[in-house]
Each structure stands twice: as C-alpha cells, then as structure tokens.
Ligand binder design. Structure first.
Ligand SMILES: CCCCC/C=C/C(=O)SCCNC(=O)CCNC(=O)[C@H](O)C(C)(C)COP(=O)(O)OP(=O)(O)OC[C@H]1O[C@@H](n2cnc3c(N)ncnc32)[C@H](O)[C@@H]1OP(=O)(O)O
Length: 390
C-alpha cells in the first residue's frame, strides 16, 4: 500500500491538468454556484498551497477536476497492477453521475477550505484557543472528538438573537476545520430552541422595515448555507421542544436524537411567515408531501414519537436517560475514522447541494417579502403584546 501512496504523492508535480496561469482566488457570494472563472482560479490556487494536503485530498481534487471538466467517468478501468491509475480511476468513478456544475462547485469549495486552513497559523485550534462567541448565549466546547455548540439562553427558551445567528455561523466554520470528528447542536435548559427571537423584528435600522427584511434575508441565507455545506457528521441533540427555524434545519442534519419531552412545531402561517431552512424541499422528501403540508401550512405540532415515525428524528430516548445514552453513543461514534465519515457524508449529500442552495435562496427571498406583510407584523405585535403564544 505504501508504494501506492508514495507514488500518489508524486502526482502533485505531474498533474498536467492543473498547469494553468496563476490568478487570485475570487471569493464568491455565499449562495451562488461556482462559475468557470471561479473554477479556473481554484485550479491555479491549488499550486499555491503552502502545505501538501495529503494523498487523500489530492485524490479528491483529481476526481472532482475530472468530473468537472469531462463529466462522469466512462473510460475503461485500468488493470489491477496499474495501482496509481486504478486508484485515480476509482476516485473519479466514485463520483457517479454528479453533474459537472456540482463537481466544479465542490472543487472550488474544497480549494477554498484548503487555502483558508493553510493560511491560518493554527487550523486545528483546540477549544481553548477557539475564538469564543460574542455573547454568553452560545457556548462552544470541544471534547472527546466532539465539538458541541450549545444554545444558552434558557430564560428565553433559547430563542435565536441576531448575534446568535452570527455566532453559530462562526462556530460551524471553526468546527468544520477543527480536529473533532462530529459536531453537535443542542440547547441548555428545558427547551431546545423557540426559534427566531421575535424581538429581532423590533430593532428597525435607519432604512426601516425594508432594510430590516433585506438584511434578515441575507443573514438567513448565510446561516442555512453553513448547514448545507457543513462537511462533517452533524448531530442535533434535541433536549426539549423545538420551534420554527430550529425545526426546519433538522432536515440538513445527519442524525437527530430527541428526548421524549421534545416537540416539533413550525407555526409559519400563524406568524404570517413561510418555511425556511430548506424545509419546503427536505420535509416533503423526508415525510411525504401531505405530512409536510400539515406541519408547514397548518403548523401541526409533532410529538417526538410522531417526528420519529415520519423520519425527521432518528431516535427518541426517555427523558430520564436521554443525556447519558446519547452522549455515550456519540463518544463511541466520534472514535470512528473521521475521514471516512466525511467522505461518506459527501457522497450522501453532495448531489443534493446544488438544489439545496437554490431552495435556500428562494425561501429567503420569499420571506423577505413576508416580513414586510401586515399578516406578519400583526402576528409579531400580538406576541410582543403578550396576546398570542403558540
Ligand atoms: C434572521 C433569520 C430569521 C429566520 C426565520 C425564523 C422563523 C422562526 O423561527 S418562526 C418561530 C418563532 N418563534 C415563536 O413564534 C415562538 C414564540 N414563543 C412562544 O410562543 C412561547 O414563548 C413558547 C411556546 C416558546 C414557550 O412558552 P412558555 O413555556 O409559556 O414560556 P414563555 O412564553 O413564558 O417564554 C419565556 C420567555 O422567553 C421568551 N421567548 C420565548 N420564545 C421567544 C421567541 N421566539 N422570541 C422572543 N422571546 C421569546 C418569552 O417572551 C418569555 O420572556 P419573558 O416574558 O421576558 O420572560
């Protein structure tokens, strides 16, 4: 095996497809697909990496490059003894029918992550060195191969403030590069999360309601994109009731464990709003269109058992043993080979990414309009004046 790897290491010098003129890396907007120019820039950027990314990553780059430029692998499989070409062929062939555009996007994303980590003085920062969130409402820890992002506003049922969205984005970006194998989102106290903090809507900027809706839609899109693109196993430990956006993004997690005390509620129509978190796409896929409609149009609240029966939740645990059982299981999973888990996740998720980004963009733009509607304003005013509760 070492013969194969030694030879693979020498590919980087011999990779003729990567010999194109050096260009600066163009930074894309968060939800746009990579253009041919982005791709060319990424191809050039690979040669400027300060550190050798290792054979596994080089193989991945090779496969994505071939898929992006030539499409699915349809050349004959090299013979058993042609180790190098067979390994390259296997990597390319494993991408199956991934579209050229998606491969181009994945190539650009991968190079961008590699560039970022080779520029960072300490890419795998342990928790102690990690930049901590701006407020105490989010606590990020890393232990036993697990990075845990904990919503920590129990007095407000872990409702998400604008600052928390920014902090979660930063925490996910850091977790994608740290040395943990698994990332977990959970809550402190009796709630998992009561969704968007409705008082976010009361902080009107100078540009008024229109500007508030524009910047909230941009933030929502960036926030959801981070979940779509998150490269490692992402687990939700749902420690209590979940509302709104904390429910909709569950479709972007790999595994969802819930206490039997949890419930799942998306009261968008009650609030004059519409679905986000890609739920308009993931929920019908997960549970079928009529069950999804009951939740997303009529705001039907599911018990943990119902959510499990409908595929939104992986497993439900008795509340008394929930924490003990779930963390023991996660600790065992975190010892599995991290690269294998990442690659498996990539295979499972990548062909959906392009679609998910498009859904996220559309949902955010529809909500931008909704937030300026009378229906939405009245619902929020009603909650704030304590006339309405879910
Ligand atoms: C920029 C991105 C935008 C993304 C779009 C996201 C959309 C969504 O998430 S829509 C869902 C929004 N969430 C809600 O509508 C929930 C509103 N909250 C409630 O209905 C209730 O508080 C409850 C059912 C979640 C819990 O009820 P209860 O157990 O009776 O507890 P309290 O109501 O007394 O809550 C304690 C405390 O927390 C405050 N609070 C709870 N949730 C929110 C919230 N989402 N936003 C703001 N504040 C919330 C509540 O007001 C209480 O505060 P105090 O009165 O000051 O104690």
């Amino acid at each position: 095996m070492s013969l194969v790897y030694d030879s693979l290491a020498r590919w980087s010098v011999a990779w003729s497809p990567l010999q194109v003129p050096a260009l600066g890396l163009h930074v894309r907007g968060p939800a746009m697909l990579a253009s041919q120019k982005d791709f060319n820039n990424a191809v050039s950027q690979v040669k400027l990496l300060k550190e050798d990314p290792g054979n596994e990553v080089k193989l991945k780059l090779y496969a994505l490059y071939k898929q992006a430029t030539e499409g699915p692998c349809n050349v004959p499989k090299p013979g058993m003894l042609d180790f190098i070409n067979k390994t390259k062929w296997d990597a390319w062939n494993a991408l199956g029918s991934l579209s050229k555009e998606a491969a181009r996007q994945n190539y650009v994303d991968l190079v961008s992550r590699l560039s970022a980590s080779s520029e960072s003085p300490s890419p795998e920062a342990p928790a102690a060195d990690r930049k901590q969130p701006e407020s105490d409402s989010l606590v990020v820890t890393s232990e036993d191969g697990i990075t845990t992002i904990r919503l920590n506003r129990p007095a407000k049922k872990n409702a998400l403030t604008t600052q928390m969205y920014h902090d979660i984005i930063a925490a996910l970006q850091a977790a994608s590069k740290d040395e943990s194998a698994i990332t977990v989102l959970t809550g402190s106290g009796d709630y998992y999360c009561s969704g968007n903090d409705l008082t976010n809507f009361t902080h009107l900027p100078a540009g008024g309601l229109e500007e508030m809706a524009r910047s909230a839609a941009a933030l929502l899109r960036d926030f959801v994109n981070c979940f779509i693109d998150f490269p490692k196993p992402l687990v939700a430990v749902v420690n209590g009731p979940a509302v709104g956006i904390s429910v909709t993004i569950l479709g972007l997690f790999d595994v969802v464990y819930a206490t039997d005390r949890a419930s799942f509620h998306t009261p968008f129509s009650h609030l004059g709003q519409s679905p986000e978190g890609c739920s308009s796409y993931t929920f019908p896929k997960i549970m079928g269109s009529s069950k999804a409609a009951e939740m997303l149009l009529f705001g039907k609240k599911l018990t943990a058992q119902e959510a499990c029966a409908q595929g939104l939740v992986t497993e439900v645990f008795p509340d008394g043993t929930f924490q003990k059982e779930v963390w023991a299981r996660l600790k065992a999973y975190s010892k599995l080979p991290p690269n294998a888990m990442r690659i498996s996740k990539q295979i499972i998720r990548n062909r959906e990414k392009e679609k998910l980004h498009a859904v996220n963009a559309e949902e955010s733009s529809v909500l931008r309009e909704r937030w300026q509607s009378d229906e939405c304003m009245n619902a929020i005013a009603s909650f704030l004046s304590r006339k309405a509760k879910l």
